[in-house]
Design a protein around this ligand. Structure first.
Ligand SMILES: [Zn+2]
Ligand SMILES: [Zn+2]
Length: 153
């Protein structure tokens, strides 16, 4: 990969990260939610570890609209864990939510809970470039969205 191509890819990674931060802040502002920066929230860590394991085992992959070569904002939902999804594919999953008891299962403890408090944690996108083996891949910017019960929140 040329230096120019490397710079262009890094710019795309930065853009995907900035766009995701702006979108999350806009949503948080609209619903008057608290936001934090820094390390992932403690409650998100088991979910992110689960995602990492699923990726390594090939049990989670990208939806057909995303690519390891083109950074983009993406979403992973632990209750639909097989895909990291683009915005259109997220809408398809959200349309399946019908308010059944299964839709009110806490992603922390697994217990039924009404209300369920929506949460989101962003894993910044990044580029992995190994020029000596001519290998370059970009991780999408992944927003993990999940719901917690009052006790797990
Ligand atoms: Zn998609
Ligand atoms: Zn819980």
């Amino acid at each position: 990969m040329s230096d120019t191509a490397r710079t262009a890819l890094l710019d795309q990674v930065d853009a995907a990260n900035r766009n995701t931060v702006a979108a999350l802040l806009a949503v948080a502002d609209a619903v008057n939610a608290r936001t934090t920066t820094g390390p992932l929230p403690t409650k998100a860590l088991p979910l992110v570890e689960s995602l990492a394991l699923r990726l390594m085992e090939g049990r989670t992959t990208l939806c057909r609209d995303l690519s390891w070569a083109h950074p983009a904002p993406a979403t992973w939902m632990p209750y639909a864990p097989g895909l990291i999804r683009c915005a259109a594919c997220v809408r398809t999953v959200l349309a399946r939510i019908k308010g059944t008891d299964q839709d009110f299962r806490c992603d922390g403890c697994g217990k039924y809970s009404r209300p369920l408090y929506p949460q989101a944690a962003m894993i910044p996108g990044q580029m992995l470039d190994l020029p000596e083996v001519q290998f370059t891949v970009s991780m999408p910017t992944i927003t993990v969205t999940y719901g917690l019960c009052r006790r797990c929140r």
